[in-house]
Write a protein that binds this ligand. Structure first.
Ligand code: GUN
Length: 283
C-alpha cells in the first residue's frame, strides 16, 4: 500500500509558515504583500481557481485584488491594466488567469508583466532563468510538485522520471526542475507511441494531460512515485489523470485528486507573492 502525499495537509503547514512570514514583513515594512489577479471572461473553472487564490491570500494575511473584466475587453485595454499594475508600488504580484479569450494574444500580455511582479513565473525572462538553473520565480504547479516530492525526501538523483504532458505551465517546467535534481527525464505527449512501456520503466510518473485514466495500474512499476496533476470532472466528481484506487496499492507514493497538487499550486503562489514582495522591498 503506497503512502498518500496529501497536498492539503502539507499546504496547511506551509501556509501557516507563510502567514507567519507575512506578519514579520508587516512589522519590518509596515505593509503586506499584495497580489493582483486579473480574470477575463466567465469560465467557471477559472472563476473557481481565482476565488481560491483570493481566499488563500486573505487567510495568509496578504492583500489581494481581483480585477474582473468581461470577454469583450480589447487587448489594448488589458495591456493598459497591466501597465497600471506594474507602476503601482502597492502591488507586488500580478497574475493574469489563463486561458484568455482568443482575440487576445496571451504572449503579449505575459510579456507586459513587470518581471519583478511575475508571481506565475510565466514571463519569458523568468522561464529563461529557470531553464538556465538560475535564481527564478518558479511556476506554481511545478514548484508545488517539487515541494511534495521533497516533503517525503524522495530520491531523484539518477531516477527515471516520465512526464506525461508537454505544456508550458506544467510538463516542460517540471521536466527542467527534475533534471536539475539529476533525474533522467522523458517527456511523453499526445503523439507518443507505446506510453505503457515508457511508464513501466519510470521510477516517477507525473501525469498532466487532463484525461481521466491516462495512467492505469498495469502501466505502473512496483514502488513507483505517481504525481497526478489532472483535474477532470466526471459525473460531478473531480478525478485526476491516474486510476488512483488501483494504483495506490502498487505505488510507493501517490498524490490524490482532489487534495493533492491543486492546493499545493495555490500554496506555491502564496510563497511566490512573498518572494516578489521581498525582492521589491530589498531593491
Ligand atoms: N490557468 C491554469 N493554471 C494557471 C496558472 O498556474 N496561472 C495562471 N495565470 N493561469 C492558469
Amino acid at each position: 500500500m503506497g503512502e498518500i502525499i496529501s497536498g492539503k495537509e502539507l499546504s496547511k503547514e506551509i501556509r501557516e509558515q507563510v502567514k507567519q512570514r507575512v506578519s514579520e514583513l508587516k512589522e519590518t515594512y509596515g505593509k503586506v504583500p499584495h497580489l493582483a489577479v486579473v480574470l477575463v471572461g466567465e469560465d467557471p473553472a477559472s472563476q473557481s481557481y481565482v476565488r481560491g487564490k483570493e481566499r488563500a491570500c486573505k487567510r495568509a494575511g496578504m492583500d489581494s485584488t481581483v480585477i474582473l473584466k468581461n470577454d469583450e475587453i480589447t487587448e489594448d485595454e488589458l495591456l493598459q491594466i497591466i501597465g497600471t499594475l506594474n507602476k503601482d508600488d502597492d502591488v507586488h504580484g500580478i497574475l493574469v488567469q489563463l486561458p484568455l479569450p482568443k482575440h487576445i494574444d496571451e504572449n503579449k500580455v505575459i510579456d507586459a508583466i513587470d518581471i519583478r511582479k511575475d508571481v506565475d513565473g510565466f514571463h519569458p525572462l523568468n522561464v529563461a532563468y529557470m531553464h538556465l538553473g538560475r535564481d527564478a520565480i518558479l511556476p506554481a504547479t511545478p514548484k508545488g510538485i517539487l515541494t511534495m516530492i521533497h516533503s517525503k525526501n524522495i530520491e531523484l538523483k539518477g531516477k527515471d522520471a516520465l512526464i506525461i504532458g508537454r505544456s508550458n505551465i506544467v510538463g516542460k517546467p517540471v521536466a527542467m526542475l527534475l533534471m536539475k535534481e539529476h533525474a533522467t527525464v522523458t517527456i511523453a505527449h499526445s503523439r507518443t507511441q507505446d506510453l505503457k512501456s515508457k511508464c513501466l520503466r519510470a521510477d516517477i510518473i507525473v501525469a498532466a494531460v487532463g484525461r481521466p485514466n491516462t495512467v492505469t495500474t498495469d502501466m505502473v512499476k512496483d514502488g513507483a512515485v505517481v504525481i497526478d496533476v489532472g483535474v477532470n470532472r466526471v459525473d460531478g466528481h473531480l478525478v485526476g489523470d491516474c486510476d488512483f484506487d488501483a494504483i495506490k496499492d502498487k505505488a510507493s507514493y501517490i498524490t490524490p485528486v482532489p487534495g493533492g497538487v491543486g492546493p499545493m499550486t495555490i500554496t506555491s503562489l502564496l510563497q511566490n507573492t512573498v518572494e516578489c514582495f521581498e525582492r521589491i522591498m530589498k531593491q
